[in-house]
Write a protein that binds this ligand. Structure first.
Ligand SMILES: C[S@@+](CC[C@H](N)C(=O)[O-])C[C@H]1O[C@@H](n2cnc3c(N)ncnc32)[C@H](O)[C@@H]1O
Length: 205
């Protein structure tokens, strides 16, 4: 390939990526299991340590994680709420749940309970959880407002919700938009950690 053709190819590729990225942003959908390797990479802007600091999980609590993927955060959270705590993990894709459950089993972590379902219609009774979190998930849900309403419903009064969003997720939800939408459901904003490339936001029900 000569230089001109190489440059044309590179520009074409960039344009194609921009078009696909823009389409994907406008049409939220679940990250396919086939892309699971990308979920194993470090999540530098919303770390496990940062999650622990803002979620403040305590032994004995019942916690819900929506969209665990391959369990990047799940295994640690399950440990932090031991002894006596239960981590319910809900995902729309059975392969993600199987992956997370397998990793928990291999590490001897007994308190991870998988459930297939949709964040827009959570299969749990009102006021079930002490806390809930979802990282890199909200922007993939077609009706994110419905998911926020459902999260509020299944939290106990005063229960905590942490939403983590970061680059390079093409579906990253900007903080101001999240805050406005969460407050519209009756969730109360408590605080935020992190900066422009990635943040955690804490709400209470
Ligand atoms: C980008 S992955 C993030 C996985 C994990 N939280 C992490 O940060 O490594 C998004 C996850 O949310 C799940 N998901 C997307 N839409 C969902 C929905 N409507 N209800 C439940 N889970 C959903 C996907 O199947 C996937 O496991």
């Amino acid at each position: 390939m000569d230089r001109t053709r190489g440059a044309r190819f590179a520009v074409g590729l960039l344009v194609a990526l921009a078009v696909v990225g823009s389409w994907w942003r406008r049409h939220p959908s679940a990250c396919p299991y086939g892309l699971r390797l990308s979920l194993r990479a470090p999540h530098p802007f919303i770390t496990r340590r940062g999650l622990r600091e803002i979620l403040a999980p305590a032994p004995g609590e019942r916690v819900l994680e929506v969209g665990p993927g391959t369990g990047y955060y799940s295994l640690d959270v399950a440990r932090w709420i031991s002894p006596g705590g239960i981590l319910d993990v809900l995902d729309i894709q059975q392969e993600m749940l199987d992956h997370t459950a397998r990793r928990a089993r291999e590490r001897g972590i007994p308190n991870v309970v998988p459930q297939r379902g949709d964040a827009q219609e959570l299969p749990y009774p009102d006021a079930t959880f002490d806390a809930a979190f979802l990282n890199f998930v909200l922007g993939e849900v077609p009706n994110g407002d419905a998911a926020l309403r459902e999260l509020r419903r299944v939290l106990k009064p005063g229960g905590r919700l942490v939403v983590g969003e970061a680059l390079p997720d093409p579906h990253m939800v900007p903080f101001e938009s999240l805050r406005r939408r969460a407050e519209a459901t009756g969730l109360r904003f408590e605080r935020r950690s992190g900066g422009r490339p990635g943040y955690y936001a804490l709400f209470t029900a």
